[in-house]
Ligand binder design. Structure first.
Ligand SMILES: [Zn+2]
Length: 266
C-alpha cells in the first residue's frame, strides 16, 4: 500500500501578513509541478472511493482548502482546467458575514467544479467545546452547506486542527465519513480507512519548491521536524488558554524555522 500526503491550503492572494496566503502564481507552479511529476491529485470523495477499492496510484496527493476564502473559486478553476479535483472546507459564518469569503452562488459554483465539506459554524476549536456545542457546530455547518449546494455533505476538516476522539465520534454519528485534521504527517491508506481521519500538511507562502517536493514525497526527516513541533503543542492544545496556545505555536514555528512569516488565519 502506498502512503500519500494530503495538502492543506487556505487563501490564494498576495498577502505578506498571512502566512497561509499563497500568490496564485505560486499555487499554479505547484499544481504544474505535481502534474509534470505524474501525481494524481484528488479530493476527499475520490479518496473515499479509493479506500473502498483499496487501489492507490504510486504518486498520489489529496488536496484541500480550509475556511472558504473567495479566492478558493480561482483555485477550483485552476484545478479543473487541468482536470483535477480538491475538497474545499467552508466555515458557515465566514461565508455568511465576511465579504472576503464565498457567497452562496460562488459556493454552488465551487461545488460544481470540486467538492465541498464542513469547517464549522464559527471556526470554534471543537475539542475545546462541550458536547452540545460541538454537536451544534458539526450539525449546523453540515445542514447549511447541504442547503446551499443541494448536495449531501459527508466530509469536514477540524478548525485549527482541534479534534479528539469524542468529536470524531460525534462527527461520525452526524454522517461525516471522512475528517481532515492538522497533523503534519503522511497517511497510510489502511489507517485512514480504519480511523476515517486524514493527516494534512499546511502549505505556506514562500515555501521553496524543494521543500514542497519533500512534503509531497513524504520525506521523513522534514516531516519529523514538523511533527516534533506538533507533538510539543499537543498538551498545550488540550489545556492552555487559546491566546497563549497560539503564541506558543508561533514561537515554536520561529524556533524550528519551518514556517516563515506571521500567522493570522487560525
Ligand atoms: Zn480553518
Amino acid at each position: 500500500m502506498s502512503r500519500f500526503v494530503s495538502l492543506m491550503y487556505h487563501n490564494l492572494e498576495q498577502d505578506p501578513a498571512n502566512r497561509y496566503s499563497l500568490p496564485v502564481e505560486a499555487f499554479e507552479q505547484q499544481v504544474a509541478w505535481l502534474k509534470a511529476e505524474g501525481y494524481v491529485i484528488e479530493g476527499f470523495p475520490e479518496l473515499e472511493a479509493r479506500l473502498a477499492r483499496g487501489v492507490f496510484p504510486e504518486r498520489y496527493v489529496v488536496m484541500t482548502f480550509d475556511d472558504g476564502h473567495r479566492s478558493n473559486l480561482r483555485a477550483a478553476e485552476i484545478l479543473s482546467r487541468v482536470g483535477v479535483r480538491a475538497t474545499f472546507f467552508l466555515t458557515r459564518d465566514f461565508c455568511r458575514h465576511n465579504p472576503a469569503f464565498l457567497r452562496d452562488g460562488e459556493i454552488r459554483e465551487l461545488a460544481s467544479l470540486c467538492s465541498v465539506g464542513g469547517h464549522g459554524v464559527t471556526h470554534a476549536p471543537l475539542s475545546r467545546l462541550d458536547a452540545a456545542q460541538a454537536r451544534a457546530e458539526l450539525a449546523e455547518s453540515k445542514a447549511w452547506l447541504e442547503d446551499v449546494t443541494g448536495r449531501p455533505v459527508t466530509t469536514m476538516s477540524a478548525p485549527g486542527g482541534f479534534i479528539n476522539r469524542a468529536v470524531l465520534r460525534q462527527a461520525r454519528d452526524l454522517g461525516y465519513t471522512l475528517v481532515g485534521n492538522s497533523v503534519e504527517w503522511w497517511n497510510e491508506p489502511y489507517i485512514v480507512n480504519a480511523e476515517r481521519l486524514v493527516n494534512r500538511v499546511a502549505i505556506w507562502q514562500g515555501m521553496p519548491p524543494g521543500l514542497f517536493a519533500r512534503i509531497v514525497r513524504h520525506d521523513a526527516r522534514y516531516l519529523r521536524a514538523r511533527r516534533l513541533r506538533a507533538g510539543a503543542l499537543e498538551l498545550p492544545r488540550r489545556a492552555l488558554p487559546l491566546r497563549l496556545y497560539h503564541g506558543l505555536s508561533q514561537a515554536l514555528y520561529r524556533l524550528r524555522n519551518v514556517a516563515p512569516g506571521k500567522q493570522v488565519s487560525w
